[in-house]
Design a protein around this ligand. Structure first.
Ligand code: ADP
Ligand code: MG
Length: 670
């Protein structure tokens, strides 16, 4: 029996070349990969839950009598029925319904419903439940629901899993890679995968749904450990490479700092020294620079870039979007002009003759500092001597892009130093484990003279008052952002919502110059609007979360964030960081849609009470209980499939220690 991690998915029934390719795009090539494609959640249709015991956020079967059914005209029109059993009352709500369905429900009597429970105005509700007559048959196991993907149905995924589990029953196994004393939670890997795909009826359902069952923890541990080990190995590999040892900062850097018009904060000085020290070594630097929005990372980046230039080398600065790249280019050009140093810009937008000119400057080395988007590492870009690569806001770049950029800079066996900047603070407790492949510097101090943004939390029933506030602020010469958020991941929906909001605001605020920026616009159109906002030609900018990162408009001092309850705290903090950059006192209004649960309130209060990104990150981790951990699978350059950074904090620490121990043991054996 071959081991499941070697056998290809194409050995399964029904997997032809087309499906194999689809699976490959999901990162699934072996039978083991299928097992590690875990259910996102479970549906429990094995038993009927008393209505009084249904909890929001879970899917349940409930059974009861329909006691009334009528159309609710409050807000968005919907059909509302009440279902009653001995323990309580459940609201069934339908936004799409027919007259026939209404009649049918009115006379339905006792029914059985299945769906997700959510909090409503008067109690718990189920939107669009599936329903049948009471007393229908129940399932005999929890039903796993797999992550939805294009062209791969639940039924197909279940059939693939079933085939692999059958092979396991016949003796096919995943290799147990961990020594018994590695500190991994029980059960073993094979029992764990079996259980998560086929939870027995008596399983602890709450644990399964919150991802805290021992089998799930075992798999999360394995994943965390694998990342830890590979990060540490990458790091070891890097330490074997050579780089350009740079002489310490000299006259050019001195002039630059002297011309800034402000002095560096202590924190900026400290991290600049850390960077200079790294770059003096003959192995490539790989350093992460964390600093809250507005902490002054760009100045630190410029100092590092100039140090490379002083050593006769080039520096490349890569930003995740056109807007940010252009903003950096403008800043750097202003800084560099008095020093007689040329900055060059390269992005997807630069084409034809202009592009060829830029490429020639880069190749000859005349372009000392090159700023751009990922276009910087296309095939035809050749640096003469690249000494330093700076990557801004790295959470938008994947590890692979980072590696590609390093390869690109390799010359005669020397690799450029690398500085990665992020404004997404990681809780200090996690930094070491999450960024085991990098050294970390933190700018933990804002430049002086900034007054923190004053934040208020306001229900959207007071929307009119908030609109008045925008009128008043813009009337007195300030500029404002109005940020629209939507639960849907879809760009189209977000953009449409923003368009609608912009139109409504234009109606309410006829005197203001209002513009709209959203993700569906071309980069050129976005840049154009941002530039007009920057130059003060626009009073109110209605935006989707595309303005999240890095854009600097000091005169903008008011930000309204609609439906802040839908965003993570880190993201809210990032958004708010767009204001509070100028002389004026800045205000942020979190315009939430009620009712908010206790945790929801607590979260918004954290943002109201703190302007410290690190503290906010810690609090986010603390408050978000299991079940509210959406979005926390991704952090920095790592995306986890199984582990969840908010939920599995203890496992992260354990995996870090185990990784070190295993690597040390390996080396001892070698
Ligand atoms: P970040 O990239 O960390 O969000 P920036 O580098 O864009 O922050 O800096 C934000 C603003 O603060 C810029 O206008 C910058 O010129 C200014 N700034 C940076 N460092 C200082 C300092 N030490 N004193 C005063 N202003 C500073
Ligand atoms: Mg920045």
């Amino acid at each position: 029996m071959t081991s499941l991690d070697r056998a290809s998915v194409s050995t399964l029934k029904g997997v032809g070349p087309a499906l194999a390719e689809k699976l490959q795009r999901l990162g699934i090539t072996t039978l083991a990969d299928i097992l590690f494609h875990l259910p996102l959640r479970y549906e429990d249709r094995t038993r009927v839950t008393p209505i009084g015991r249904a909890r929001p956020g879970t899917s349940v079967v409930v059974e009861g009598d329909v006691i009334d059914c009528r159309v609710d005209y409050g807000g968005r029109r919907s059909l509302v029925a009440h279902l009653r059993d001995d323990t309580g009352l459940m609201v069934l709500r339908f936004y799409h319904f027919s007259a026939a369905q209404q009649r049918n429900l009115q006379q339905a009597g006792r029914i059985r419903c299945f769906g997700e429970v959510r909090p409503g105005k008067t109690g718990f509700e189920i939107y669009h439940p599936e329903y049948t007559k009471a007393g229908a048959g129940l399932d005999d196991a929890l039903t796993p629901i797999y992550p939805a993907t294009d062209g791969l149905t639940q039924a197909r995924m279940r059939s693939l899993v079933a085939q692999v589990l059958e092979l396991m029953d016949k003796g096919g196994l995943l290799p147990e890679l961990l020594p018994a004393d590695a500190g991994a939670p029980e059960p073993g890997i094979n029992d764990a995968v079996r259980l998560v795909h086929r939870p027995p009826p008596d399983v602890d359902i709450v644990a399964m749904e919150t991802g805290t069952h021992p089998a799930q923890r075992r798999l999360a541990f394995e994943e965390l450990l694998a990342h830890q080990i590979s990060m540490r190995l990458v790091r070891e590999e890097i330490s074997l490479l050579s780089s350009h040892p740079l002489a310490p900062p000299g006259a050019i850097v001195g002039n630059f700092i002297g011309n800034l018009g402000f002095s560096l904060t202590q924190a900026q000085q400290k991290v600049s020294e850390e960077i200079a020290h790294d770059m003096a070594q003959s192995v490539p630097m790989l350093r992460l620079l964390q600093g809250d929005v507005g902490a002054g990372k760009t100045v630190v980046a410029a100092i590092a870039a100039l140090q490379a230039v002083e050593n006769g080398l080039q520096a490349a600065i890569m930003a995740p979007t056109e807007i940010l790249a252009e903003q950096h280019f403008v800043n750097f050009s202003n800084w560099l002009a008095p020093l007689g140093i040329t900055a060059t810009f390269l992005s997807g937008k630069v084409k034809g003759k202009k592009r060829n000119e830029q490429l020639a400057l880069i190749e000859s080395g005349t372009a000392a500092i090159v700023i751009g988007t990922h276009a910087l590492f296309q095939k035809d870009v050749n640096f003469r001597a690249l000494g330093l690569v700076i990557i801004d806001e790295q959470h938008r770049f994947g590890v692979h892009q980072r590696l590609a950029l390093r390869e690109k800079g390799e010359q005669a066996g020397r690799f450029p130093h690398q500085l990665v900047m992020t404004a997404t603070p990681i809780p200090r407790t996690l930094t070491m484990s999450l960024y085991a492949d990098m050294d970390c510097s933190i700018i933990d101090q804002l430049p002086p003279g900034r007054s923190p943004v004053i934040t208020s939390v306001v229900a959207d029933t007071r929307r009119e008052q908030v609109i008045e506030r925008v009128r008043a602020a813009c009337g007195s010469g300030a500029q404002a952002y109005w940020v629209c958020t939507l639960i849907e991941e879809s760009d189209v929906m977000q953009s449409q919502a923003a368009e609608t909001t912009a139109a409504q605001l234009a109606e309410s605020l006829p005197g203001l110059r209002i513009a709209l920026v959203h993700g569906r616009m071309t980069p050129a159109a976005k840049t154009d609007i941002m530039n007009r906002f920057k130059q003060g030609q626009v009073d109110l900018l209605v935006a989707t979360t595309v303005i999240e990162v890095g854009v600097d408009v000091p005169n903008a001092s008011l930000m309204i964030i609609e439906n802040p309850e839908r965003l993570g705290l880190a993201q809210l903090h990032q958004l708010r960081g767009r204001i509070g950059r100028g002389e004026r006192q800045s205000y942020c209004v979190l315009l939430y849609h009620g009712p908010l649960g206790a945790a929801g309130k607590a979260r918004l209060n954290v943002i109201r009470e703190s302007n410290d990104g690190f503290l906010i990150a810690e609090e986010d981790l603390r408050i978000r209980g299991p079940g509210e951990v959406y979005g926390s699978r991704q952090s920095g350059s790592v995306t986890y499939r199984i582990a969840d950074l908010a939920r599995d904090t203890d496992l992260i620490r354990d995996a870090g220690e185990t990784a070190l121990a295993l690597l040390a043991r390996d080396r001892g054996a070698a």
